[in-house]
Design a protein around this ligand. Structure first.
Ligand SMILES: Nc1ncnc2c1ncn2[C@@H]1O[C@H](COP(=O)(O)OP(=O)(O)OP(=O)(O)O)[C@@H](O)[C@H]1O
Ligand SMILES: [Mg+2]
Length: 474
């Protein structure tokens, strides 16, 4: 048996990477009408019918008839499951249930054994709150429930009516249980209602954070995970090029796809130099030929120092014609790099373009035809400021189209906040992969917001580490 109990709602299992941890007690809280009862019964119905796991539904209402009737609307015949010993609907007073639970081998434990119960729903534990005014007693009740469920390895959903006021009782409930699923119903565009589910706690299991929208359909609750989840399985392919950063490779399903145009959207506060150096130095080590455009901030000498940290001697690489630079700034060219630098600072746009077309592209084209891999790295902001937005936009589109067809990979650095929204959205459409890194408060984040496979990732924290590649994603 897997250690996860599938919930009966596909989307919930997805955001929990499999399902609910077995033997755990999980609060399902929400205001009236959010679908708590529906979710609880769906969990039991799915368990009984599809997993062969019998369950118990405990209601404190006097007449369970209402439940049978309401659930029939979803096509769930609970009486039929009871006949097959796959379900028990128990209508009981809260104090009586507690008394039974406290009695060793009482009626409650007998019933669990009778049907080999695996799942349980208590609808709702708020009744205990109305019964006992004393928070100490309510805490004890929750411990009793949790312990007896744990003893029988039951996966339990404890339904709770969420109260807006943040009183002590709500917060301590959350401490006692293993997990909390919060359902909410918000107004959307004044006329519509948006139903969202958020997991705020789940012991022993990772989950996709944030609000996920769900609908109540004729087949019960249907939840759509907010971000399409990146598969951890890597499809290693010779066309995926490693970035040198483990988790980033995983997020990119193995690495940067050869022939793609990838943009790193960053701002000056974020530390992106390690990220760029890791990606480019991996290319150099693999024997790719690199054409790079240094940014206005860091010249060739700075680049040379940075790459030494990645065990790459740029001077030697340049002497071997493994790397070329396009220099737009008036900076000193370090010795040994003279042959590898195209001095573009005095070239007009027209001259620059014709130089690229006549001198640079044919070399790349010929190399590609001879089986070389080429990798282009640009600082688009520098290009924007030197060449102008119109030029960049026109050229970038042409270049990415050409690169894709030639199998040349283009990696561009760009601060979207520094260019017009129109240019940014244009670049976004033109490239087929976008990584964003930004600083929020005292932390740096990185997120894939566009990828060739159509997947986006959650935001990861960027942590500096003392050894190569000097950053890791957490
Ligand atoms: N067949 C159906 N199709 C679509 N929506 C439905 C259907 N049946 C019920 N609903 C929706 O589900 C809501 C009730 O769900 P449910 O009874 O599970 O909520 P609850 O959170 O348990 O509410 P309460 O706190 O009142 O017990 C209804 O308000 C209705 O909007
Ligand atoms: Mg209900």
């Amino acid at each position: 048996m897997s250690n996860a109990a599938t919930s009966g709602v596909n989307g919930i299992d997805k955001i929990l990477y499999g399902g609910l941890p077995r033997g755990s007690s999980i609060i399902v809280e929400g205001s009236p009408g959010t679908g708590k009862t529906t979710l609880g019964v769906q969990f039991l119905y799915h368990g009984a019918v599809e997993c062969g796991e019998p369950g118990i539904y405990i209601t404190f209402e006097e007449f369970p008839q209402q439940i049978y009737q309401d659930m029939r609307a979803f096509g769930w015949d609970l009486r039929e499951l009871e006949k097959r010993n796959l379900l028990r609907v128990v209508s009981i007073k809260p104090d009586l249930l507690l008394k039974q639970m406290k009695t060793p081998d009482g009626l409650f434990e007998q019933m669990i054994r009778e049907i080999d119960c695996q799942r349980i729903v208590v609808d709702s534990i708020s009744l205990f709150q109305y019964m006992n005014k004393n928070p100490e007693e309510i805490r004890e009740v929750l411990y009793i429930l949790k312990n007896i469920f744990r003893k029988h390895n039951l996966t339990a959903l404890l339904i709770s009516e969420h109260r807006k006021s943040i009183d002590d009782q709500i917060s301590f409930e959350h401490y006692v249980v293993d997990g909390v699923i919060h359902l909410s119903l918000e107004e959307q565009m004044t006329k519509y209602r948006k139903r969202t589910l958020e997991i705020t706690k789940m012991r022993g299991r990772k989950f996709v954070e944030g609000e996920h929208i769900y609908r109540i359909t004729e087949r019960g609750i249907h939840l759509i995970p907010a971000l399409s989840i990146v598969d951890d399985a890597i499809v290693a392919s010779p066309n995926q090029m490693t970035t040198g950063i483990d988790r980033l490779d995983k997020l990119l399903s193995g690495g940067i796809p050869k022939g793609s145009s990838i943009i790193l959207d960053t701002n000056s506060k974020a530390n992106y130099s390690f990220l760029v150096a890791s990606i480019v130095s991996e290319r150099i080590k693999q024997g790719d030929r690199v054409l790079a455009m240094p940014s206005s901030l860091n010249g060739i000498a700075d680049t040379q120092r940075l790459y030494r940290l990645f065990d790459v001697d740029l001077e030697q690489i340049c002497r071997q014609k493994g790397m070329y630079f396009i220099e737009h700034m008036d900076r000193e060219i370090p010795p040994g790099f003279e042959e590898a630098v195209l001095d573009a600072k005095n070239l007009s746009n027209e001259q620059y373009l014709s130089y690229l077309k006549e001198k640079v592209l044919p070399v790349i084209q010929e190399g590609v035809e001879n089986g070389e891999n080429w990798f282009l790295y640009y600082d688009l902001n520098t290009k924007f400021s030197v060449r102008g937005a119109d030029f960049v936009r026109r050229f970038f589109a042409e270049e990415t189209a050409w690169a894709r067809s030639a199998g040349v990979t283009v990696f561009a650095l760009c601060n979207f906040a520094e260019i017009t929204g129109e240019s940014a959205s244009y670049l976004e459409r033109t490239s087929n992969c976008i990584m964003r890194t930004w600083v929020d408060g005292n932390y740096q984040y990185l997120q894939i917001t566009k990828s060739p496979s159509g997947k986006v990732s959650e935001p990861y924290l960027v942590e500096l580490i003392p050894e190569k590649p000097y950053i890791q994603l957490v």
